[in-house]
Design a protein around this ligand. Sequence first.
Ligand code: ATP
Ligand code: MG
Length: 430
Amino acid sequence: MSSQKIRGVKGTRDVLPTDTYVKDDDPWIRIGHLHLIERAARELFPLYGYREARTPILERTELFVRGIGEVTDIVGKEMYTFEDHGDKVSMRPENTASLVRAYVEHNVNQQEPETKWWYLGPMFRRERQQRGRYRQFTQIGIEAFGSPGPRIDAEQIEMLDRWLRSLGIPFEMHLNTLGDSACRPKYREALQAYLRSRSADLCEDCRKRTETNPIRVLDCKNPKCQEVAAGAPKMADFLCDACRGHFDQLQNSLKALGVGFIIDSRLVRGLDYYTRTAYEAIATSGLGAQSTVAGGGRYDGLVRELGGPDIPGIGFAAGVERMALLLAQQGKEAATKPALFIAPLGDAEAARADQLAQQLRAAGIAAEVGFRKANPGNQLKRADALGAKYALVLGDSELKTGRANLKELKTGVQQEVSLDELVQKLSGDR
Ligand code: ATP
Ligand code: MG
């Protein structure tokens, strides 16, 4: 009886050590690229004072309903939600709400006036799978609590800019302001009136959004809706003095820090607790429709909305797979390759090979040994396939004399070395 293969869940992906295993229409996300991106974040973010925070994947559904908003696509139709013995829980679709929950739950504001956290991990949204859009994907992001800005807004944007640049990602930084509770309601009214007058040209979703969340229409991907959005009233014309001042100063700070940006009046977050600054890094080539690499913004009302004190916040979230797709197109990759492949020809040689490899690894040098009985030619092929720099064949005479030929695979050049000095030899070589 043969049993059937079990396939992975739609919209999820395996990221395997190389993409050569994967016969897929979209085989370009490699672990080496994910590592490059993660490592750059781990090194850079602490330089700006961000410390890593990890929160659970499962949260109470209510957290996202209040923290993201019931009228959003994410909460309305994309969350993985289930009953857990009477509790309604969801797999997190993003991390901001969770970090705000943790911030409030642990009374962090009573211990420090300003808090900077960064995070990395999987998020879940039941979306239509496309290139750069998956049902499980990874975000790296930051949140800063306690600073009303605009200097910290500029600092975050500068950090995002530096991170993406250090990876060689081609992008433009888009910037907008969404006003606040003093000025946005009037804008919302004007926008709604305009959208109602153009409702015949809107997609069905946007006709609904006109009534529930009109600001969101501005960032609909549908070309006809974009045409309507192009003629819509602009937030900039409705800003109160405080919001106008915040936005002007933010731009001045960015200029002083030498960060380029483009004012984009259609860049929005749809909910009332998102205020003032909104920014997005948009790839200028290589991603097609899913070109937004990272999105960020200020959420001065969110901590209070989630039961905490009146504390401002701002953060961004970046899509790691989208960044990896861009790096793959540039052929960059971080992979550890063995410095040496040792090919033993018999049992006694195998024992010596294992010891030599152990010594090399203890000295921080990547080494591999042949485990199969094979002739030297085939062993060398294996060394080549692993991308080893050197190979060394251990036979009877090498064991007796304690000396062997170290062969550089790329050039074929050989040199005789003492087995006892192998570690020293390869350490000096690095
Ligand atoms: P989009 O407009 O592309 O759907 P979004 O507004 O839903 O993005 P955010 O919730 O702001 O995205 O998430 C921040 C980033 O996370 C996005 O810019 C993107 O890079 C990434 N991201 C969001 N959803 C997905 C997904 N389903 N698959 C892969 N990456 C995603
Ligand atoms: Mg989305």
